[in-house]
Design a protein around this ligand. Structure first.
Ligand code: TRP
Length: 454
């Protein structure tokens, strides 16, 4: 039993509380750290447009599906598939999600650890005064390559995540998201405005917003759909789990819409900060750094140092970035935890600690793969983990979830659940078309293309 609610299963306090918590899961390093890397890797503006299309046509409909499955079954992903199609292999999709979640958590927490490290660096004045590219680059590389510092921050991140999850949905996740997400938003807008007004911002803006059609490739769509899934926390059952705590009175479709909109907006603004700043910074070749793993960490200090009150601003920004990352690590840990509680009757605290420890051990190689261990650095282990779990596994998971709702559980059943709390389901045609045809075919095509072309 959850002790944090009168009902056997804790519920979100309200629809708004759900939107904040789910946006908390979605908005995080995926939008602020990963999205700009993908833009850099995939030819700039064409990727931005492909990503937005992927969010509207596939991400939003899939999020609605996951929430619907979750609210209908009131269960974790494994339990949900078991409840809807007992005695069939569909539950394997749930298991796959739980596994993918632990793997993503393992390397994602390393990036969150970088954010934690940047917080105390900023606090102790590492970015005081005017920062040049050379200084910023040097600070990042030596930090990421320092095993002790990174592992310590990594441990703190996992420990905080485990602590919040062990306290349950309401006591933990809700309280964090409500005040801090809007603050992060405000800071990002201020930085975006500063970046746009930099001298020499022009080339960065056109790289980011003026599509170059020669850059369109099949790979682009693979990464765009992968990024949509990653940033919206889809494809592994996070939204099934979060949906299981939504009240029957709430409108699932508009909730999903808000989460998709706010996440996309943050990702878009993160790019508006990074690319103009990058292209306007003297002494670098933007082409070379565009796809660097540390892109966000190298570029943000440059713009922060150009703001009035840069020191305080920087401290505040890295606090909020860390919180945004934590609300996402929390959602990643919640899935396997809910699974162990529901399916194996574990106590919440024990489940959180066991999975948290597993993610920590699994993440150590990723933590060492950015300079600390020459071997792991050479293979680029962290970005390989991200490719396998953050792109491929989420796409495969998403594929099965769409096939499940369209052809196993059934559109009419799902529509009945969506109708609760939603009298006029305006985007029904988009949702039905996406689930039946567009999403599964697009994902299959993209996976095949990538495998052939890889
Ligand atoms: N969406 C989060 C981010 O962008 C990361 C995340 C949380 C996630 N839960 C997930 C990614 C589930 C994929 C699946 O920062």
């Amino acid at each position: 039993m959850n002790s944090d609610s009168l009902t056997p299963r804790g519920n979100w306090g309200s629809k708004v509380a759900f939107i904040f918590a789910a946006s908390g899961s979605a908005i995080g390093l995926g939008s602020i750290w990963r999205f700009p890397i993908m833009v850099g890797l995939n030819g700039g503006a064409v990727f931005v447009f492909a990503y937005i299309l992927a969010v509207i046509l596939i991400g939003f409909p899939l999020m609605l599906t996951e929430l619907t499955i979750g609210r209908h079954t009131q269960k974790n992903p494994v339990g949900a598939f078991k409840a809807l199609k007992p005695g069939t292999p569909w539950k394997l999709v749930g298991y796959m999600g739980v596994f993918t979640g632990v793997c993503i958590l393992s390397y994602y927490s390393v990036i969150a650890a970088w954010a934690a490290g940047y917080l105390y660096k900023t606090l102790f004045g590492a970015f005081r005064g005017e920062i040049t590219w050379a200084v910023s680059d040097q600070i990042f590389s030596s930090f990421a390559a320092n095993p002790l510092e990174v592992l310590l921050c990594f441990f703190v991140v996992i420990a905080l995540t485990t602590f919040v999850i062990s306290r349950g949905v309401k006591g933990g996740i809700e309280r964090w998201s409500k005040i801090l997400m809007p603050m992060l938003f405000a800071l990002i807008i201020i930085m975006a405005i500063r970046a746009l007004t930099l001298k020499g911002a022009g080339p960065g803006i056109s790289f980011y917003l003026k599509p170059d059609p020669t850059k369109i490739t099949p790979k682009l769509f693979f990464y765009a759909v992968g990024q949509a899934f990653f940033s919206l926390s889809l494809g592994m059952g996070t939204m099934i789990t979060y949906g299981s705590y939504i009240s029957k009175k709430d409108n699932l479709s508009s909730s999903a819409g808000w989460v998709c909109f706010s996440t996309t907006l943050v990702a878009f603004l993160a790019g508006i900060i990074i690319f103009p700043t990058l292209f306007a910074t003297p002494g670098i070749n933007p082409q070379e750094v565009q796809a660097s793993t540390g892109l966000m960490f190298q570029v943000f200090p440059l713009i922060i140092s150009k703001l009035p009150g840069g020191y305080l601003f920087g401290v505040l920004f890295f606090i909020l970035l860390l919180v945004a990352a934590l609300t996402s690590t929390i959602s990643l840990l919640e899935v396997p935890t809910a699974f162990l509680i529901d399916e194996h009757n574990w106590r919440r605290g024990k489940a959180a600690v066991v999975i948290g420890t597993a993610a920590f051990l699994l993440g150590i190689p990723s933590a060492l793969s950015n300079g600390a261990s020459p071997f792991l650095t050479r293979i680029g282990l962290m970005m390989k983990m991200d490719l396998v779990f953050g792109n491929i596994m989420l796409a495969v998971g998403g594929l099965f979830i769409t096939i499940f709702v369209a052809y196993a559980w059934g559109i009419p059943q799902a529509l009945k659940e969506i109708a609760q709390g939603n009298r006029s389901f305006k985007v029904k045609p988009l949702w039905v078309f996406s689930m039946k045809y567009l999403a599964p075919l697009a994902i299959i095509a993209i996976l095949i293309f990538t495998i052939i072309l890889a």
